[in-house]
Design a protein around this ligand. Structure first.
Ligand code: ZN
Length: 396
Protein backbone atom coordinates (compact mmCIF):
# COMPACT_ATOMS: atom_id res chain seq x y z
CA UNK A 1 0.00 0.00 0.00
CA UNK A 2 1.27 3.46 -0.92
CA UNK A 3 2.39 5.74 1.88
CA UNK A 4 -0.26 8.13 3.10
CA UNK A 5 -3.05 5.68 2.42
CA UNK A 6 -3.08 4.02 5.79
CA UNK A 7 -6.59 3.14 6.78
CA UNK A 8 -8.34 2.77 10.06
CA UNK A 9 -9.30 -0.71 8.91
CA UNK A 10 -5.68 -1.59 8.74
CA UNK A 11 -4.84 -0.10 12.10
CA UNK A 12 -7.45 -2.30 13.72
CA UNK A 13 -5.27 -5.22 12.87
CA UNK A 14 -2.13 -3.88 14.44
CA UNK A 15 -1.11 -6.10 17.27
CA UNK A 16 2.24 -4.65 18.09
CA UNK A 17 3.12 -1.15 16.96
CA UNK A 18 6.69 -1.18 18.07
CA UNK A 19 8.80 -2.88 15.49
CA UNK A 20 12.50 -2.58 15.94
CA UNK A 21 14.38 -1.75 12.80
CA UNK A 22 16.14 -4.92 11.78
CA UNK A 23 18.37 -3.25 9.23
CA UNK A 24 21.50 -5.32 9.01
CA UNK A 25 24.84 -3.69 9.61
CA UNK A 26 23.48 -0.66 11.40
CA UNK A 27 24.26 -0.28 15.08
CA UNK A 28 21.42 2.11 15.86
CA UNK A 29 18.43 -0.10 16.39
CA UNK A 30 15.77 2.56 16.30
CA UNK A 31 12.36 2.04 17.82
CA UNK A 32 10.23 2.65 14.77
CA UNK A 33 6.47 2.95 14.90
CA UNK A 34 5.06 1.13 11.91
CA UNK A 35 1.28 1.30 12.14
CA UNK A 36 1.06 0.03 8.57
CA UNK A 37 2.54 -3.36 9.29
CA UNK A 38 0.45 -6.14 10.76
CA UNK A 39 3.51 -8.38 10.93
CA UNK A 40 5.43 -8.79 14.16
CA UNK A 41 9.15 -9.27 14.64
CA UNK A 42 8.54 -12.89 15.67
CA UNK A 43 6.45 -13.60 12.61
CA UNK A 44 9.01 -12.05 10.27
CA UNK A 45 11.71 -14.18 11.93
CA UNK A 46 9.60 -17.25 11.22
CA UNK A 47 9.13 -16.09 7.62
CA UNK A 48 12.88 -15.84 7.03
CA UNK A 49 13.55 -19.24 8.57
CA UNK A 50 10.71 -20.84 6.60
CA UNK A 51 11.84 -19.23 3.33
CA UNK A 52 15.36 -20.54 3.79
CA UNK A 53 14.30 -24.15 4.41
CA UNK A 54 14.67 -26.55 1.45
CA UNK A 55 11.30 -28.00 0.42
CA UNK A 56 11.76 -29.72 -2.95
CA UNK A 57 8.57 -30.84 -4.68
CA UNK A 58 7.61 -34.17 -3.10
CA UNK A 59 10.09 -33.69 -0.22
CA UNK A 60 8.47 -30.92 1.78
CA UNK A 61 8.46 -32.41 5.30
CA UNK A 62 11.17 -30.27 6.96
CA UNK A 63 9.45 -27.01 6.14
CA UNK A 64 6.00 -28.40 6.91
CA UNK A 65 7.22 -29.28 10.39
CA UNK A 66 8.34 -25.66 10.91
CA UNK A 67 5.06 -24.33 9.55
CA UNK A 68 2.95 -26.58 11.79
CA UNK A 69 4.98 -25.57 14.85
CA UNK A 70 4.35 -21.92 14.01
CA UNK A 71 0.64 -22.25 13.35
CA UNK A 72 -0.24 -24.67 16.21
CA UNK A 73 -1.01 -21.99 18.84
CA UNK A 74 -3.47 -20.29 16.46
CA UNK A 75 -5.63 -23.32 15.56
CA UNK A 76 -7.73 -25.89 17.42
CA UNK A 77 -6.25 -28.91 15.71
CA UNK A 78 -4.10 -29.90 12.74
CA UNK A 79 -3.23 -32.88 10.59
CA UNK A 80 -0.98 -33.91 7.72
CA UNK A 81 -2.31 -35.91 4.77
CA UNK A 82 -0.53 -38.95 3.24
CA UNK A 83 1.63 -36.84 0.87
CA UNK A 84 2.49 -34.18 3.44
CA UNK A 85 -0.06 -31.39 2.93
CA UNK A 86 -0.47 -29.68 6.31
CA UNK A 87 -3.83 -28.44 7.58
CA UNK A 88 -4.53 -26.28 10.64
CA UNK A 89 -8.20 -26.10 11.63
CA UNK A 90 -10.24 -23.58 13.59
CA UNK A 91 -13.68 -25.00 14.58
CA UNK A 92 -13.11 -28.56 13.28
CA UNK A 93 -16.69 -29.63 14.18
CA UNK A 94 -18.43 -26.99 12.04
CA UNK A 95 -20.28 -28.42 9.00
CA UNK A 96 -19.57 -25.37 6.78
CA UNK A 97 -15.93 -25.32 5.70
CA UNK A 98 -13.82 -22.47 4.36
CA UNK A 99 -10.28 -23.05 3.11
CA UNK A 100 -7.42 -20.56 2.85
CA UNK A 101 -4.59 -22.15 0.94
CA UNK A 102 -1.05 -21.76 -0.31
CA UNK A 103 1.51 -24.22 -1.62
CA UNK A 104 4.81 -24.94 0.05
CA UNK A 105 6.80 -26.95 -2.51
CA UNK A 106 9.86 -25.55 -4.21
CA UNK A 107 11.09 -26.11 -7.76
CA UNK A 108 14.25 -28.19 -7.68
CA UNK A 109 16.31 -30.81 -9.47
CA UNK A 110 16.90 -34.57 -9.18
CA UNK A 111 20.22 -36.39 -9.43
CA UNK A 112 19.64 -38.40 -12.62
CA UNK A 113 23.05 -39.77 -13.67
CA UNK A 114 26.51 -39.86 -12.10
CA UNK A 115 29.34 -40.22 -14.60
CA UNK A 116 32.57 -42.18 -13.98
CA UNK A 117 34.43 -38.89 -13.27
CA UNK A 118 32.02 -38.02 -10.47
CA UNK A 119 30.07 -35.30 -12.29
CA UNK A 120 26.34 -35.35 -11.66
CA UNK A 121 23.66 -34.87 -14.32
CA UNK A 122 20.19 -33.67 -13.39
CA UNK A 123 16.52 -33.86 -14.18
CA UNK A 124 13.93 -31.17 -13.45
CA UNK A 125 11.61 -31.51 -10.45
CA UNK A 126 9.11 -28.75 -11.29
CA UNK A 127 9.67 -25.83 -13.67
CA UNK A 128 13.16 -24.95 -12.56
CA UNK A 129 14.88 -22.52 -14.95
CA UNK A 130 17.86 -24.05 -16.81
CA UNK A 131 18.99 -20.59 -17.99
CA UNK A 132 19.96 -19.46 -14.51
CA UNK A 133 21.71 -22.67 -13.41
CA UNK A 134 25.35 -22.22 -14.54
CA UNK A 135 27.62 -21.24 -11.62
CA UNK A 136 24.87 -21.57 -9.01
CA UNK A 137 25.61 -23.14 -5.60
CA UNK A 138 23.35 -25.97 -4.51
CA UNK A 139 22.67 -28.49 -1.78
CA UNK A 140 22.30 -32.10 -2.85
CA UNK A 141 20.06 -33.75 -0.26
CA UNK A 142 21.58 -37.21 0.14
CA UNK A 143 21.29 -40.02 2.65
CA UNK A 144 23.96 -38.45 4.91
CA UNK A 145 22.47 -34.93 4.78
CA UNK A 146 23.00 -31.97 2.49
CA UNK A 147 26.14 -31.96 0.34
CA UNK A 148 27.40 -28.71 -1.18
CA UNK A 149 27.93 -28.61 -4.95
CA UNK A 150 28.03 -26.17 -7.87
CA UNK A 151 26.64 -26.11 -11.38
CA UNK A 152 29.91 -26.09 -13.33
CA UNK A 153 30.11 -24.28 -16.66
CA UNK A 154 32.95 -24.07 -19.24
CA UNK A 155 35.01 -20.89 -19.00
CA UNK A 156 34.43 -18.11 -21.51
CA UNK A 157 37.98 -18.82 -22.74
CA UNK A 158 37.39 -22.45 -23.55
CA UNK A 159 33.81 -22.88 -24.55
CA UNK A 160 34.22 -21.82 -28.16
CA UNK A 161 36.61 -24.67 -28.85
CA UNK A 162 33.96 -26.82 -30.47
CA UNK A 163 33.38 -27.76 -34.12
CA UNK A 164 30.65 -25.13 -34.76
CA UNK A 165 32.49 -22.37 -32.90
CA UNK A 166 29.19 -21.51 -31.16
CA UNK A 167 28.45 -20.56 -27.54
CA UNK A 168 26.80 -23.49 -25.75
CA UNK A 169 23.39 -22.69 -24.25
CA UNK A 170 22.45 -24.09 -20.86
CA UNK A 171 20.09 -27.05 -21.30
CA UNK A 172 19.01 -29.75 -18.92
CA UNK A 173 21.18 -32.30 -20.72
CA UNK A 174 24.41 -30.24 -20.60
CA UNK A 175 24.09 -28.95 -17.04
CA UNK A 176 26.16 -30.83 -14.49
CA UNK A 177 27.02 -30.61 -10.82
CA UNK A 178 30.49 -30.79 -9.31
CA UNK A 179 30.57 -31.65 -5.60
CA UNK A 180 34.32 -32.20 -5.39
CA UNK A 181 34.13 -35.96 -5.94
CA UNK A 182 36.25 -37.34 -8.74
CA UNK A 183 34.61 -40.73 -9.24
CA UNK A 184 31.13 -42.20 -9.03
CA UNK A 185 32.27 -44.04 -5.90
CA UNK A 186 33.33 -40.81 -4.21
CA UNK A 187 29.94 -39.28 -5.03
CA UNK A 188 28.14 -42.24 -3.50
CA UNK A 189 30.34 -42.15 -0.41
CA UNK A 190 28.92 -38.68 0.29
CA UNK A 191 25.44 -40.21 0.50
CA UNK A 192 24.35 -38.90 -2.90
CA UNK A 193 22.19 -41.30 -4.91
CA UNK A 194 20.04 -41.32 -8.02
CA UNK A 195 16.90 -39.45 -6.94
CA UNK A 196 18.58 -37.15 -4.41
CA UNK A 197 16.87 -33.76 -4.69
CA UNK A 198 18.84 -30.59 -5.31
CA UNK A 199 17.95 -27.08 -4.12
CA UNK A 200 19.75 -23.78 -4.55
CA UNK A 201 21.64 -22.33 -1.60
CA UNK A 202 20.44 -18.74 -2.04
CA UNK A 203 18.19 -17.49 0.72
CA UNK A 204 16.32 -14.48 2.05
CA UNK A 205 17.63 -10.93 1.85
CA UNK A 206 16.30 -7.40 1.93
CA UNK A 207 16.80 -4.64 -0.62
CA UNK A 208 16.09 -0.92 -0.39
CA UNK A 209 12.58 0.49 -0.09
CA UNK A 210 10.86 -2.54 1.41
CA UNK A 211 11.75 -5.19 -1.14
CA UNK A 212 12.40 -8.77 -0.07
CA UNK A 213 14.23 -11.32 -2.20
CA UNK A 214 14.57 -15.05 -1.83
CA UNK A 215 14.40 -18.45 -3.35
CA UNK A 216 10.91 -19.99 -3.48
CA UNK A 217 9.00 -16.88 -2.43
CA UNK A 218 6.73 -18.78 -4.87
CA UNK A 219 4.89 -19.77 -2.79
CA UNK A 220 6.43 -19.96 0.66
CA UNK A 221 5.25 -16.38 1.10
CA UNK A 222 1.71 -17.73 0.69
CA UNK A 223 2.20 -20.24 3.49
CA UNK A 224 3.46 -17.41 5.66
CA UNK A 225 0.50 -15.17 4.78
CA UNK A 226 -2.18 -17.78 5.57
CA UNK A 227 -0.40 -18.49 8.87
CA UNK A 228 -0.54 -14.75 9.59
CA UNK A 229 -4.28 -14.74 8.96
CA UNK A 230 -4.63 -17.51 11.56
CA UNK A 231 -2.40 -15.60 13.98
CA UNK A 232 -4.46 -12.42 13.63
CA UNK A 233 -7.75 -14.26 14.13
CA UNK A 234 -6.39 -15.65 17.38
CA UNK A 235 -4.76 -12.40 18.52
CA UNK A 236 -7.96 -10.44 17.90
CA UNK A 237 -10.13 -13.18 19.51
CA UNK A 238 -12.37 -13.56 16.47
CA UNK A 239 -15.12 -16.20 16.55
CA UNK A 240 -15.92 -17.71 13.17
CA UNK A 241 -19.35 -19.15 12.24
CA UNK A 242 -17.68 -21.91 10.19
CA UNK A 243 -14.70 -24.22 10.16
CA UNK A 244 -11.57 -22.53 8.81
CA UNK A 245 -9.01 -24.83 7.20
CA UNK A 246 -5.57 -23.27 6.79
CA UNK A 247 -3.99 -25.45 4.13
CA UNK A 248 -0.32 -25.56 3.15
CA UNK A 249 -0.34 -27.90 0.15
CA UNK A 250 2.49 -29.92 -1.36
CA UNK A 251 3.26 -30.65 -5.03
CA UNK A 252 1.77 -27.60 -6.74
CA UNK A 253 4.72 -27.08 -9.03
CA UNK A 254 4.22 -30.36 -10.86
CA UNK A 255 0.48 -30.02 -11.53
CA UNK A 256 -1.49 -28.75 -8.52
CA UNK A 257 -1.50 -32.25 -7.04
CA UNK A 258 -1.40 -31.59 -3.29
CA UNK A 259 -4.42 -29.30 -3.59
CA UNK A 260 -6.24 -31.91 -5.67
CA UNK A 261 -5.79 -34.47 -2.88
CA UNK A 262 -6.67 -32.23 0.04
CA UNK A 263 -9.69 -30.62 -1.67
CA UNK A 264 -11.24 -34.09 -1.92
CA UNK A 265 -10.46 -34.84 1.71
CA UNK A 266 -11.81 -31.56 3.15
CA UNK A 267 -14.71 -31.04 0.69
CA UNK A 268 -14.80 -27.29 1.43
CA UNK A 269 -17.74 -25.00 0.70
CA UNK A 270 -15.48 -22.05 -0.18
CA UNK A 271 -11.78 -21.80 -1.00
CA UNK A 272 -9.52 -18.76 -0.97
CA UNK A 273 -6.19 -19.47 -2.66
CA UNK A 274 -3.09 -17.34 -2.52
CA UNK A 275 -0.08 -17.60 -4.81
CA UNK A 276 2.33 -15.30 -6.65
CA UNK A 277 1.79 -13.53 -9.97
CA UNK A 278 4.10 -11.62 -12.30
CA UNK A 279 5.03 -8.00 -11.74
CA UNK A 280 5.07 -6.82 -15.36
CA UNK A 281 7.19 -3.66 -15.04
CA UNK A 282 10.59 -5.20 -15.87
CA UNK A 283 12.13 -5.64 -19.36
CA UNK A 284 11.09 -8.36 -21.78
CA UNK A 285 7.54 -8.74 -20.41
CA UNK A 286 4.58 -7.60 -22.51
CA UNK A 287 1.85 -5.76 -20.62
CA UNK A 288 -0.34 -6.41 -23.67
CA UNK A 289 -0.08 -10.14 -22.93
CA UNK A 290 0.62 -10.30 -19.20
CA UNK A 291 -1.39 -7.29 -17.95
CA UNK A 292 -0.28 -4.39 -15.76
CA UNK A 293 0.82 -5.45 -12.28
CA UNK A 294 3.38 -3.75 -10.01
CA UNK A 295 5.04 -4.89 -6.80
CA UNK A 296 3.97 -2.69 -3.89
CA UNK A 297 0.64 -1.66 -5.40
CA UNK A 298 -1.53 -4.30 -3.76
CA UNK A 299 -2.83 -7.84 -4.18
CA UNK A 300 -3.73 -9.06 -7.65
CA UNK A 301 -6.88 -11.20 -7.86
CA UNK A 302 -7.91 -12.42 -11.31
CA UNK A 303 -10.93 -13.05 -13.47
CA UNK A 304 -11.17 -16.49 -15.03
CA UNK A 305 -13.68 -19.31 -15.35
CA UNK A 306 -12.33 -21.18 -12.32
CA UNK A 307 -12.64 -18.04 -10.22
CA UNK A 308 -16.13 -17.78 -8.77
CA UNK A 309 -17.65 -14.47 -9.91
CA UNK A 310 -19.71 -13.82 -6.80
CA UNK A 311 -16.91 -14.73 -4.44
CA UNK A 312 -14.56 -12.48 -6.40
CA UNK A 313 -17.09 -9.63 -6.16
CA UNK A 314 -17.23 -10.19 -2.40
CA UNK A 315 -13.42 -9.94 -2.21
CA UNK A 316 -13.49 -6.76 -4.32
CA UNK A 317 -16.14 -5.26 -2.02
CA UNK A 318 -14.05 -6.13 1.05
CA UNK A 319 -11.02 -4.48 -0.57
CA UNK A 320 -12.95 -1.33 -1.35
CA UNK A 321 -14.38 -1.11 2.16
CA UNK A 322 -10.92 -1.46 3.68
CA UNK A 323 -9.13 0.78 1.17
CA UNK A 324 -6.96 -2.04 -0.13
CA UNK A 325 -5.94 -1.31 -3.73
CA UNK A 326 -6.31 -4.26 -6.12
CA UNK A 327 -4.55 -4.95 -9.40
CA UNK A 328 -7.03 -6.96 -11.46
CA UNK A 329 -5.92 -9.25 -14.25
CA UNK A 330 -7.29 -12.09 -16.32
CA UNK A 331 -6.33 -15.70 -16.94
CA UNK A 332 -7.09 -17.77 -19.99
CA UNK A 333 -8.74 -21.16 -19.40
CA UNK A 334 -7.12 -22.02 -16.07
CA UNK A 335 -5.39 -20.02 -13.36
CA UNK A 336 -2.39 -22.37 -13.31
CA UNK A 337 -2.64 -22.35 -9.52
CA UNK A 338 -4.23 -24.54 -6.86
CA UNK A 339 -7.42 -22.53 -7.46
CA UNK A 340 -8.16 -24.89 -10.35
CA UNK A 341 -7.83 -27.95 -8.12
CA UNK A 342 -10.22 -26.55 -5.53
CA UNK A 343 -12.74 -25.11 -7.99
CA UNK A 344 -13.12 -28.36 -9.92
CA UNK A 345 -12.88 -30.73 -6.97
CA UNK A 346 -15.87 -32.70 -5.75
CA UNK A 347 -19.13 -31.07 -6.91
CA UNK A 348 -17.55 -27.67 -7.57
CA UNK A 349 -16.26 -25.37 -4.85
CA UNK A 350 -16.58 -21.57 -5.17
CA UNK A 351 -12.94 -20.50 -5.27
CA UNK A 352 -11.04 -17.26 -5.59
CA UNK A 353 -7.37 -16.48 -6.20
CA UNK A 354 -5.64 -13.62 -4.40
CA UNK A 355 -2.11 -13.34 -5.76
CA UNK A 356 0.84 -11.28 -4.60
CA UNK A 357 2.95 -9.56 -7.29
CA UNK A 358 6.46 -10.92 -7.71
CA UNK A 359 9.45 -10.25 -9.96
CA UNK A 360 11.77 -12.89 -11.47
CA UNK A 361 9.62 -15.97 -10.81
CA UNK A 362 11.43 -19.32 -10.66
CA UNK A 363 14.82 -17.69 -10.18
CA UNK A 364 16.74 -17.53 -6.90
CA UNK A 365 16.05 -13.82 -6.55
CA UNK A 366 12.27 -13.82 -6.55
CA UNK A 367 11.38 -10.33 -5.37
CA UNK A 368 8.30 -8.90 -3.72
CA UNK A 369 7.31 -5.89 -1.67
CA UNK A 370 6.50 -6.18 2.02
CA UNK A 371 3.54 -3.79 1.73
CA UNK A 372 1.91 -6.40 -0.52
CA UNK A 373 2.37 -9.03 2.20
CA UNK A 374 0.52 -6.74 4.60
CA UNK A 375 -2.32 -5.93 2.25
CA UNK A 376 -2.76 -9.52 1.03
CA UNK A 377 -2.93 -10.81 4.62
CA UNK A 378 -5.39 -8.04 5.46
CA UNK A 379 -7.56 -8.79 2.43
CA UNK A 380 -7.79 -12.50 3.28
CA UNK A 381 -8.43 -11.73 6.95
CA UNK A 382 -11.23 -9.24 6.25
CA UNK A 383 -12.74 -11.56 3.62
CA UNK A 384 -12.93 -14.39 6.17
CA UNK A 385 -14.62 -12.08 8.67
CA UNK A 386 -17.21 -11.19 6.02
CA UNK A 387 -18.13 -14.76 5.04
CA UNK A 388 -20.84 -16.77 6.78
CA UNK A 389 -22.53 -20.11 5.93
CA UNK A 390 -25.43 -17.95 4.65
CA UNK A 391 -23.32 -15.97 2.18
CA UNK A 392 -25.24 -16.31 -1.07
CA UNK A 393 -22.94 -17.36 -3.89
CA UNK A 394 -25.65 -18.68 -6.23
CA UNK A 395 -25.19 -17.66 -9.86
CA UNK A 396 -28.92 -17.76 -10.69
ZN1 ZN B 1 5.89 -21.67 -9.25
Amino acid sequence: MAKGKKTSGKEKLVESDKVKSAAKGTKKVAEVIKPASILTQESVAFMKNYLNTAMAVGFESNGQRLWIDYIKPFVDTHYVDPYGTAVGIINPEAPFKVVIEAHCDEISWFVNYINPEGLIYVKRNGGVDHQIAPSMRVFIHGKKGAVKAVFGWPAIHTRLSNAENKEPQAKVDNLFLDCGARSKKEVEELGIHIGSVITYQDGFDELANGYYIGRAMDNRIGGYMIAEVARLLKANKKELPFGLYIVNAVQEEIGLRGAEMIARRIKPNIAIITDVTHDTQTPMISKIIEGDVTCGKGPSPCYGPAVHNKLLQLVQDVAEKNNIPLQMRTVSRSTGTDTDSFAYANDGCPSVLISIPLRYMHTTVEMLHKDDIDSTVQLMYETILTLTPETNLNYL
